[in-house]
Design a protein around this ligand. Structure first.
Ligand SMILES: Cc1ncc(COP(=O)(O)O)c(C=O)c1O
Length: 308
């Protein structure tokens, strides 16, 4: 059970969470016609400050998901960042939080379609620590499910209905005793994790599937690519074959929830040495310094929640 928020941004204003309710006929609830985002605000105890991580990039992606779903709302990226700040400040947690913006088709009617409907925005946040149990040594399987294809449901959009695919992948992996699963594209290449992008390391090069392999275009993925390049680690975007994950030197998952999760076993086979590898460890360490505001070079990625 997760903690319920005290407030939510709902129908254009902040309200107590108990008032942020929709009717059971709501289109999005019946047909999955909603899109969402997920970003973190990292708490810096020394500075008494919470930093939203790359909110402009998260809200730009939210708007792209809206375009895919023919949703129009009057908010700008700057206004959405302000709403996120208000939501985080209202809760006042002195810990890391996860902010969830959700744009949903709010009409209460029967009929599956996208046109002629009324999108609405809600935003709330909850305290959030780790997402994957073993962030420094996860055991993953390769899912029997395939990743949704762009011609079925746009994979690069964060579309609520599409997350049934994630739920099937995640639950089957968890009930079989794994921490996560990798999922293949229709043509059998590695696309990503259930809700994370994936990287392998081979001979000192970081390799990740291209945005045309039905991945969600992750912001943590983009962050890792930049950090690696700045550290002098070459990064290549190309297809990853299934068996490459068995012979990779290192393997890790990236996501707002999963952060940087080292994968040390795939289907009972050790990855590399069976321990978190050196490149993963360096990137992971740098990532956590960056998100907590300890690396001035990347300060432009952070938006403080509290005025000082
Ligand atoms: C399917 C999927 N892939 C990848 C990611 C990672 O994206 P990001 O780093 O932007 O959180 C997520 C999480 O949002 C996701 O749901």
């Amino acid at each position: 059970m997760s903690t319920l928020p005290k407030y939510a941004f709902f129908r254009g204003k902040m309200v107590p969470y108990s008032e942020a309710k929709v009717g059971v006929m709501t289109h999005a609830l019946n047909y999955g016609t909603a899109i969402f985002g997920g970003l973190r605000a990292y708490w810096n105890e020394e500075q008494g400050q919470a930093y939203l991580f790359r909110p402009a990039d998260h809200f730009r992606r939210l708007m792209l998901s809206m375009r895919l779903m023919r949703m129009e709302l009057p908010y700008t990226v700057e206004q959405l960042i302000d709403i996120a700040k208000q939501v985080v400040a209202a809760e006042g947690h002195r810990t890391d939080v996860y902010v969830r913006p959700l744009v949903y088709m709010s009409d209460e009617l029967i009929g599956v379609r996208l046109h002629g409907l009324t999108p609405d925005l809600t935003v709330f946040c909850v305290p959030f620590g780790g997402y994957i149990k073993n962030e420094t040594g996860a055991h993953v399987t390769i899912s029997g499910w395939r990743r949704i294809d762009d011609n079925m449901i746009p994979a690069r959009g964060k579309i609520s209905g599409a997350y049934v695919n994630t739920a099937l992948i995640k639950t089957d992996a968890a009930l079989a005793g794994f921490d996560e699963a990798l999922v293949l594209t229709q043509d059998g290449h590695i696309a990503e994790g259930s809700a994370e992008n994936v990287f392998i390391v081979r001979d000192g090069t970081l390799i990740t599937p291209p945005v045309t392999d039905n991945i969600l275009e992750g912001i943590t993925r983009r962050t890792v690519m930049k950090l690696a390049q700045d550290m002098g680690v070459p990064v290549v975007e190309r297809h990853i074959d299934r068996t490459e994950v068995y012979i990779a030197d290192e393997l890790f998952l990236t996501g707002t929830a999963a952060q940087i999760t080292a994968v040390t076993r795939v289907d009972h086979r050790p990855v590399g040495s069976g321990e978190m590898g050196p490149i993963t460890a360096r990137i992971r360490e740098m990532f956590f310094r960056v998100v907590r505001g300890q690396e001035p070079k990347y300060a432009s990625w952070l938006v403080p929640v509290y005025e000082k």
